[in-house]
Design a protein around this ligand. Structure first.
Ligand code: S3P
Length: 207
């Protein structure tokens, strides 16, 4: 949690006012930078990202959707027809372009931050936020949908375990780490905005 204090409860009106002030300060302190959400499949990057963008009054972009638009094809088909390496190339190019279009909230696919060039471009143009979740939460979420090519096999849980081992040390280099818990997404958004306010030194010490 990068040293943030837990949010204590306050009377609702006071709490809403503090949250909205914090959101305005964060959005203005960002300048042209993007908030880049990273984390494994099922971490909530898209769902939480949309709400975060809404809270900060910023545009929301989803890198996977932008890759699909650029390719004129969905991710499962790109993997099937051209292979993962081709997808990763396109992913790097699209994210690089998107990072030049901040400020915004940018949700990235789970593998994107593993690319050193993408990490470097993110450091230069954004603030990275790792949405961290436990295996059981991730599995519960990814099992609701079947569109992810990396999980189209007999043992998706084993794949997720391997990805946790490989990727968590890299995700941990993100600017902020926030736990993506079960429960209301708005609580995760609260945590992110509060941590950003502290990181960007624009308030956020009062909890
Ligand atoms: C991938 C995650 C997916 C998508 C692709 C590969 C990964 O995005 O980019 O299927 O390598 O973890 P989500 O994390 O949004 O599911």
């Amino acid at each position: 949690m990068s040293g943030t204090q837990p949010l204590k409860s306050k009377p609702p009106a006071q709490d809403a006012a503090r949250k909205s002030e914090e959101a305005i300060s964060v959005a203005s302190a960002l300048g042209n930078r993007s908030i880049v959400l990273v984390g494994l499949m099922g971490a909530g990057k898209t769902t939480v990202g949309r709400r975060l963008a809404n809270r900060l009054d910023l545009p929301f972009r989803d890198a996977d959707t932008e890759i699909e638009k650029a390719a004129g094809s969905n991710i499962a088909d790109i993997f099937k027809e051209f292979g993962e390496a081709h997808f990763r190339d396109g992913e790097q190019r699209v994210i690089h372009r998107l990072l030049g279009e901040g400020p915004q909230v940018l949700a990235t696919g789970g593998g994107a931050f593993m690319n050193p060039k993408t990490r470097e471009a993110t450091r230069e143009n954004g603030i990275s936020v790792w949405l961290k979740a436990d295996l059981d939460v991730l599995m519960k979420r990814v099992s609701r949908r079947s569109h992810r090519p990396l999980l189209q096999n007999d043992d998706p849980e084993a794949v997720m375990k391997r990805l946790i081992d490989e990727r968590y040390p890299i995700y941990a280099t993100a600017d902020l780490s926030i736990e993506s818990k079960e429960g209301p997404h708005d609580a995760v958004v609260d945590e992110i905005v509060h941590a950003l306010a502290i990181k960007l030194k624009c308030g956020g010490t009062e909890t």
